[in-house]
Design a protein around this ligand. Structure first.
Ligand SMILES: *Cc1c(COP(=O)(O)O)cnc(C)c1O
Length: 481
């Protein structure tokens, strides 16, 4: 299956090559030239691994033995066999995406990506090592490190913003074991780190290097496709439990940062899954809310540090894919992205905005409202959620209140509350004294919700990666690896 760049200026690649390349050479993102077909009904009522196999095979037909790859990626690695359980509350259904090996929703994709890459590498007859280069605002880093740890023929280097991730997230990363992993802090914020990584790709293009560069960010199509599965899984759960009939539309509220998670929902909809509205929930960094409401994307604004740091993003890379999928116009996408790069903003044509608004609805919730939501959801629904999930919940409520659309709502839960114990504890009125580990234990004592095992054991783990560098030095750092 042929893939091409959203900007139209790069050579086509088959699906295996697209996974190996990550970013297209014109700076665009890979998408299939012709959208894959799949009988979505055959993905309902089957187990999650089978769903994943069908969806991955439809998008990445040039990668063989998909069933085996899916089993290797997921089997026995998540807390539950169904990978992403749903929890019914009186108000909404919660789709828990954080039951993987690092308690991050990114485990869903980053458990799979290494398997896709090694298979694609074999398929392409590629001899040299791949170096995975990734910038993280917290959860991606650890999930990628865990996914790629000791995978033969692949090395991984993760950059994170110094002081820009939680203590637990930092410890998860710097304690990472494996003989093919590097972790380094960068002075600056997430956008600095991500821009630094993009610049390294640009600087290394066409150079003779001892490795081939690739990415594990959600710009890689092999990272995005595994995320489609959990929309089917949630829908299937609602059908199997008799809450909806096959074919009834379901709305999804998605805590959004880089626009990867919610774009996977759009891809599920394009495959035929009866997705109603996709609700894009932001925190105080509400650049996407403004875009979806007005058609102008404007990153010329301050970046706020919030209690939901994985959503503290001003440039949501995967939005570019949506613009292409809705317009089919690579020249337009290239022009808009160039304008974003040089002038810091762009406005989409009115007909394109109309298409966006038919599918998406957007809102945001700041830290104070997030805390209030955590408290209310705990007291009224008996469900303990983290600050990212709280944004999704609050904006889902706004959506229902403002539109009166009462179709079933699934709120995607993207992090364990134990990833952000201080914010969660203070929201429910608990004492936040002590370090994050003390806070985790108190949160467990107060709520009776169990600490995930991978987090409770962290305190004992030695810190193996302690470097901090300036963003200007990232290229030099990578060339020395
Ligand atoms: C990555 C992340 C998000 C945002 O997902 P995107 O695909 O970047 O939109 C939300 N919540 C948490 C906890 C995350 O780690």
């Amino acid at each position: 299956m042929q893939y091409h760049s959203t900007r139209g200026g790069a050579a086509e690649a088959n699906s295996a090559q697209a996974v190996l390349l990550g970013l297209a050479e014109d700076g665009g993102l890979y998408l299939p030239k012709t959208f894959p077909e799949l009988d979505w009904r055959r993905c309902i009522g089957v187990d999650t691994l089978t769903m994943a196999e069908k969806i991955l095979s439809a998008f990445l037909p040039d990668i063989p033995n998909m069933q085996e790859l899916v089993t290797r990626a997921y089997s026995g690695k998540f807390e539950t066999e169904d990978l992403t359980p749903t929890v019914k509350t009186d108000r909404f259904t919660v789709l828990e995406l954080f039951r993987g090996p690092t308690s991050a929703f990114k485990d869903v994709a980053l458990s799979m990506l290494p398997q896709l890459m090694t298979a694609a590498k074999t398929e392409a007859g590629m001899q040299e090592d791949i170096l995975i280069l990734t910038a993280t605002s917290g959860d991606t880093g650890k999930a990628a490190l865990a996914g790629f740890q000791d995978v033969p023929g692949i090395r991984i280097c993760v950059f994170y913003p110094d002081g820009g991730v939680s203590d637990v997230q930092r410890r998860q990363m710097v304690s990472q074991e494996g003989n093919n992993v590097t972790v380094c802090a960068v002075r600056g914020n997430f956008d600095d780190a991500q821009t630094g990584v993009k610049n390294i790709f640009a600087a290394c293009q066409g150079k003779e290097l001892p490795f081939a560069l690739s990415s594990a960010n959600s710009i890689n199509i092999g990272r995005l496709v595994p995320q489609i599965t959990y929309y089917f899984k949630a829908y299937s759960d609602l059908v199997v439990s008799g809450q909806i009939d096959l074919g009834d539309p379901v709305n999804f509220s998605v805590p959004t940062g880089n626009f990867g998670d919610i774009l996977a929902g759009f891809l599920a909809k394009k495959l035929g899954l009866p997705v109603g509205k996709l609700i894009c929930a932001s925190n105080a960094n509400n650049v996407l809310t403004d875009f979806i409401r007005t058609g102008t994307y404007d990153r010329r604004r301050p970046l706020y540090k919030t209690t939901s740091p994985s959503m503290d993003i001003l440039v949501s890379s995967n939005l570019e894919r949506l613009l292409y999928l809705l317009s089919g116009d690579t020249a337009l996408v290239a022009e808009l992205m160039a304008k974003l790069n040089t002038q810091g903003y762009y406005t989409v044509p009115a007909d394109l905005l109309e298409k966006v608004q038919q599918i998406f609805w957007a809102g945001y919730s700041d830290d104070a409202r997030g805390a209030d939501t955590i408290r209310r959801v705990w007291q009224e629904q008996g469900y303990l959620c983290d600050p990212h999930t709280a944004s999704g919940w609050a904006v889902a409520e706004d959506y229902v209140n403002q539109t009166g659309d009462n179709r079933p709502m699934v709120v995607l839960s993207t992090a364990s509350p134990y990833k952000f114990p201080a914010a969660v504890l203070s929201a429910i009125g608990g004492d936040t004294a002590g370090d994050e580990f003390a806070q985790m234990e108190r949160l467990e004592a107060v709520t009776g919700v169990k600490i995930p095992e991978n987090l409770s054991g962290l305190r004992q783990k030695p810190e193996r990666h302690t470097g901090v560098i300036d963003k200007e030095d990232m290229l030099t750092f990578v060339l020395k690896l």
